[in-house]
Design a protein around this ligand. Structure first.
Ligand code: F6R
Length: 353
């Protein structure tokens, strides 16, 4: 049952600390800087990596590819329905990672089968024990989120973010003590956000707006994409996510005082500084600005509303910032009386191409 929550989605949002602890259990050793992913048997990989996935899982794939590239690996993320092994170079040196919560998504299975035929090694990252993807791929990494009933993916996305970060670590020789410490603190930080979030109040202020825009860069870019996808799925309102730097290349034309912009700004470096200059661009067009931030930059100065997250590294920040956006989507959909657990036209697993 829903354990006292009005919707499975809200229950599953609140299950994230537990889901993430399960995902991490027994897999990290901060003293040795080691990642031990059972089933992958010490797998390391220095060839190219291609992540393929759909929807929310694709956003986790973008997160994963970004982390791999930061670590000096050659990695890309592909929307599975656009992936074709005969046009994207794949050979015996390539590792193709299929990210799929259900393990049954037809587009993702097809992409993996094609990659395998072209000689790639294939790896499934899934939540579902014994699902089709585990039979298609050479290896499987479970995200261990537990069953997700709500059609909109929530806890499984957080678990994918963490499991894929662990995978990136294992594939090229472990993670630093600091990186592992930061990962281990993410479940508590998610709990802090759940206990203190102002997302409901922000939702009450902004419900009824013309459209909802989400921006971020670096690891906050896939969070912006995911924020917008969740929002449109359950509110049926127009929502779009962009790389913050893309705003001035077109989307800025959409911005008015009726289009709130959610900006994810974490850390105090170059990435934050650049996103703040994008925030100034939308502020100048009178858009209501909601900043999701750890308070380490001056982003709050340009915000109409602030959704605070604990200060952490960029991986942890991506997880907790996304939780704030999940809550905003939930509360806007709730205020609009939407069918939150079963949005119109959508299915939990998409088994046709
Ligand atoms: C979004 C959502 C979908 C799925 C997509 C892929 O909330 O649930 O976008 O993420 O259909 O599903 P899986 O991960 O099962 O392959």
């Amino acid at each position: 049952g829903k354990s006292g929550y009005d919707h499975y989605m809200l229950k599953e949002i609140h299950e994230q600390p537990t889901a993430l602890r399960q995902c991490l259990r027994g897999r990290v050793d901060e003293l040795a800087g080691e990642i031990t992913l059972e089933d992958l048997d010490g797998l390391e990989h220095d060839g190219p990596i291609q992540f393929v996935a759909c929807g929310t899982s694709y956003h986790a794939a973008v997160h994963a590819a970004t982390i791999c590239r930061e670590r000096g690996m050659r990695a890309n993320a592909y929307v599975a329905s656009e992936y074709a092994a005969d046009r994207i170079p794949v050979d015996g040196e390539t590792l193709v990672v299929g990210v799929t919560q259900s393990g049954e998504t037809a587009d993702t299975l097809r992409a993996l089968r094609e990659a395998k035929r072209s000689g790639a090694r294939t790896l499934a990252v899934t939540n579902t024990v014994g699902s089709s993807v585990t039979r298609v791929c050479d290896d499987t990494l479970y995200i261990r989120a537990g069953p997700e009933i709500g059609v909109a993916a929530t806890k499984t996305f957080a678990s994918q973010q963490i499991a894929l970060t662990l995978l990136a670590g294992q594939l090229n020789g472990g993670l630093s003590y600091d990186a592992i410490e930061a990962l281990r603190s993410v479940p508590d930080q998610v709990q802090t956000v759940l206990d203190t979030s102002d997302a409901k109040a922000v939702a009450e202020e902004l419900v009824g707006s013309d459209a909802f825009l989400f921006i971020g860069r670096g690891l906050a870019y896939p969070v912006a994409l995911e924020g917008a996808l969740k929002f449109k799925e359950i509110t049926y309102e127009h929502a779009e996510g962009f790389a913050a730097g893309e705003l001035k290349h077109g989307p800025l034309a959409l911005v008015t005082d009726e289009t709130p912009v959610f900006a994810v700004v974490t850390g105090d470096g170059e990435t934050a500084r650049k996103t703040i200059s994008n925030i100034k661009e939308v502020e100048a067009r009178d858009a209501p600005v909601v900043v999701v931030t750890d308070g380490r930059s001056e982003a709050e100065r340009y915000a109409d509303y602030v959704l605070e997250i604990p200060a952490t590294d960029d991986v942890g920040a991506a997880v907790v910032a996304n939780v704030q956006l999940q809550l905003v989507s939930y509360w806007v959909a709730n205020l609009m009386g939407r069918s939150i657990d079963k949005p119109r036209n959508l299915a939990k697993s998409v088994t046709v191409e």
